[in-house]
Structure formats: structure tokens, C-alpha cells
Design a protein around this ligand. Sequence first.
Ligand SMILES: NC(=O)c1ccc[n+]([C@@H]2O[C@H](COP(=O)([O-])OP(=O)(O)OC[C@H]3O[C@@H](n4cnc5c(N)ncnc54)[C@H](O)[C@@H]3O)[C@@H](O)[C@H]2O)c1
Length: 392
Amino acid sequence: MRDGKLVMGQIGCGGFAHDQDLPNMKARGDVIVKFCCDPRLEAAEAAARDFGGEKAVADYMEVLGDPEVDFVKVSTPHDMHKDIVLAAAARGKHVFCEKPMAMLLADCWEMIRAVQKGGIKFCVDMNRRMSPALQALKRRVAAQIAAPKHNPWRYIEMTREPLDEEMKTNFLIRVQDESSSYRMVHLDPAHGGGLVIGEVVHWLDLACWFFAPARPVEITGWGSARLSHGLNVLFSDGNAATIVFDATGTFDFPKERYEVTSRAALFQSLFFVENRYWGMDGEERETFPLQFDSYADRVPGEGFEAFMAKTRERQRATATGNMKDNWGALGVDKGHRAMLGGFIEAIRTGGQSPCDEMAGMRAVLLSNLAIGAIREKRAVAVPVDLYEPVFA
Ligand SMILES: NC(=O)c1ccc[n+]([C@@H]2O[C@H](COP(=O)([O-])OP(=O)(O)OC[C@H]3O[C@@H](n4cnc5c(N)ncnc54)[C@H](O)[C@@H]3O)[C@@H](O)[C@H]2O)c1
């Protein structure tokens, strides 16, 4: 701590650190970036230069050995997370760790023990659960379940009690991506582990957050555990999440779309910029500001159509000149800033981490089970003793 500000070290200064971590740290007035650390020292130096880091170092033990450091952000490849977290916890440093928490369940257990023994705050960056659009979606669905509303014109059959299936909620998570955005290291079983553990871990966590306190009880899967696949996750209250992840799509269209159906209503979230609600009387559309928008002057407005117009503007600018010079910042708010804010608040107040070590472990458990379900082509149970383990 220095002058009332938290002192941090950025461990891993690659793509994500540049795109999210360091801009978000810099934008806060209550955090000092003391270290930028990367074994590629030139990457650490560039990060320190671009974001006002005080020191560039190659060895993360130097960061952890500094008594002034309150917390570290771990943004290294997945297979490094465990060693760094164990070392940080042993030195009492709070940790904000990139997803996935680790690649294997047993590694998560070791990390949980270390976090608890070290008495530190731990947060895994499963950021979707903190995005303003998905928080609004969840609130809106919960309100409909608590007190269903329908458009006045709706025909409601009153002659029978609803069937069991009519009282369930279904959450469809549709992801389309271009496989060229993934490097071979992401698909390597020993390093990236494929896209279930590397990417879909986000949506497994999101489904658990969305349906809590119900817990997942069964996973069915199809496709490839490495690239395109689908998963159906059944929850203990009979609700279900379906995740469809296609790596054969295009960057020309936004990556994620969310759809919930419940109590004769449809709730859509379009790539974090616009939610649309159908079947109820009242408000039907909500829009959400972008996190980065250097096109605001050229293309004003919020919502999905405005975002698409900004995207086209950016593509035009990029096609007509040097990509680096013309590639203006454009980014939706997927919840990274709010996750960092929640973690910092947890450190300051001693409160709950917005995505703690148990949530991080659960997402890894589900990813591991989902890979088994896809490979074995059968429904796989989610054992309660693994989802809610007790530690001696
Ligand atoms: N939450 C999200 O939305 C999101 C998005 C992208 C990436 N990520 C996660 O962030 C992590 C990093 O991804 P990336 O895309 O930035 O990868 P990257 O390869 O661009 O960067 C990783 C950096 O870590 C450095 N590194 C390796 N070993 C290190 C060590 N021992 N100490 C310090 N630095 C070390 C590498 O040199 C590299 O610069 C991954 O776990 C990934 O899953 C999360």
C-alpha cells in the first residue's frame, strides 16, 4: 500500500495484459502498477512504458518478494497459473488470476488450499458474469419468474395447470468465432488444452452463476473437444443451459449471443451492447455503453445496429491504410473492469470475491467433465462431492 493506493504487479505482459489489464489498472485512481513482469523482458518493458509501470522485470519471484506489493494479476498462459498462485499465496499476496484457474481439477484443489492457508483474496477473471448486459438479463429473467407478465393480447389457456416443462428456464449461449484467432498453443493438450478449457470455461461459469443456487447435475456434449462443439448442462432444478461454440464463423459478425426463454417470454442479449425482451408488457430494449469507443464521433448511438455501424467503419478504415494506424479502439463491455473493481473492493473491505477460488474450480471441473462427455458421446454426471467438495 502506498498513499492509500494498492500496489500491484502485472505477471504476464502479453495480449490480454495490453488489451484489458493494464488499461483498466491505469484507468483507476487507486492502484499503482509497480511491476510489469514477463520473461520476454522486451514485453515487460513495453508494458511498463505504455501504461506507466514503475519497473520491468523478467522473474515473477522479484514481484512476489517486494513487501510493498498488495496484489498480482496473473495473465500468463494457463499452465503457469498454478505455480504463480501457490508462490503468491505463500507470500500473502492477493491474486487476480486469468481464466481458466488451472487446467486440471487436482491443481485447483492445491490452489484452493494455498489461498485459504495464505488468507488471501483470490479472483478468477470469469468476466462475463460481471458484464452490465448479462447482469441486466439475469435480473430481468428473475423478475419474470417471480411475477410473470405478459402482453395484454396474449392468449392464455386457463383450463389446465402448466406442465412441468413449461415451468423451466432454458439459457442458450451461441458463440461463433474464427479459428484463425487461436494459436496452435491454444489447441495443444499440454498447454492450451483446447477450446473447452480455454474458452468455453467462461460460459460454463456463466451458466452456473445464472442458475445458482441450483447446481449442475449432468452434461451432454457433441462435436470436438478441441474446436467446435456443443454442450447441454442440466441443473438440479430442471433448468438447462445449451452452449453452442463454432470455430468456423467470421469476425465480421459479433461473437456472442445469449437467449433465455422462461414463462412465455424471450430475453436476448446481443453481444453485450443491447438486450431485447419479448412477450412482456413494458420495456423491450436496453442498451449498454461500449468499454472502448474511438468511433463515437463518427458513428454516434448505442445498441446493436450502432455497434455494427462502428464495426463497419473500423473495417473500412483498416482496409484503406496501415492497420496499426487506423485500427481505432472499439470494444464492448464484457465485465473485465467490473471484475477488477469487485476484486479490489474485496481486498479493501474483506468482503466476498466476485469469482472466488471455488467458482474457479467449478468451472474447471465442468470443463474437464464436458471434454469427457464430448469424447465419450454420453451424458456425464456432475458429482456433488466434486462440485461442492469439503476440505479437511
Ligand atoms: N478473460 C478473458 O476474456 C481472457 C481473454 C484473453 C486471454 N485470457 C487469458 O489470459 C492468459 C494470457 O493470455 P494472452 O492471450 O495474453 O497470452 P499471451 O501469450 O499473449 O501472453 C502471455 C504472456 O505471459 C508471459 N509469460 C509466460 N510465462 C511467464 C512467467 N513465468 N512469468 C511472467 N510472464 C510469463 C509470456 O511471455 C506472454 O507474454 C491466458 O490464461 C488466457 O486464457 C483471458
